[in-house]
Design a protein around this ligand. Structure first.
Ligand SMILES: [Mg+2]
Length: 169
């Protein structure tokens, strides 16, 4: 994989509400692994809003196994997951794939049947590619970020500039 390609998404969407579910089904995707912060909710909002709760219920009804895989703390992830009831993994160590592999094991899916959904190229996309998953990137929900994320955003923008130049949008 070319140097930058490992960070590119396979699919880019504006938000988790635009996931191409029919395409994903055709590709055999049965499990969805979600990042939390700025993918499904702003990083500084503790609980999912009604729309996300409904989206997760809908996805489940559509037959998808759901997991949230976050590098954030146990407190953050457990409180956020309270109303979602998904498989929830904190301190995931993305872009490491140990916990991702564990998540798929629990969901009963494989890299071929699982997609990663996240807003960051150096954690979510790289993690997904290393694990051999389909990688779906969302535009970050808001431009407020943890300081460490803020530092990475400049470099991320450069990566995505190359991506958009190559694939349009
Ligand atoms: Mg994120």
């Amino acid at each position: 994989m070319a140097l930058l390609e490992r960070f590119f998404p396979d699919i880019y969407v504006k938000s988790v509400f635009e996931l191409p579910l029919e395409d994903l089904k055709k590709l055999g995707i049965r499990g969805l692994v979600f990042d939390i912060d700025n993918t499904v909710t702003p990083f500084d909002v503790a609980e999912p809003d009604e729309e996300i709760v409904e989206l997760f219920a809908f996805l489940r009804k559509e037959g998808f196994k759901l997991c949230i895989l976050s590098n954030n703390t146990k407190e953050r992830v457990q409180l956020f997951n309270r109303r979602l009831g998904a498989l929830a993994i904190h301190k995931a160590g993305k872009p490491g794939i140990k916990k991702l592999n564990r998540a798929m094991e629990i969901m009963g899916t494989t890299p071929k049947t699982t997609a990663m959904v996240g807003d960051q190229v150096f954690t979510d996309m790289w993690c997904g590619h290393r694990g051999g998953l389909l990688c779906i990137m969302t535009a970050p929900i808001c431009n407020r970020d943890q300081l460490i994320t803020k530092v990475k955003r400049g470099a991320e923008r450069q990566v995505m500039k190359v991506y958009f130049k190559k694939y349009g949008k």
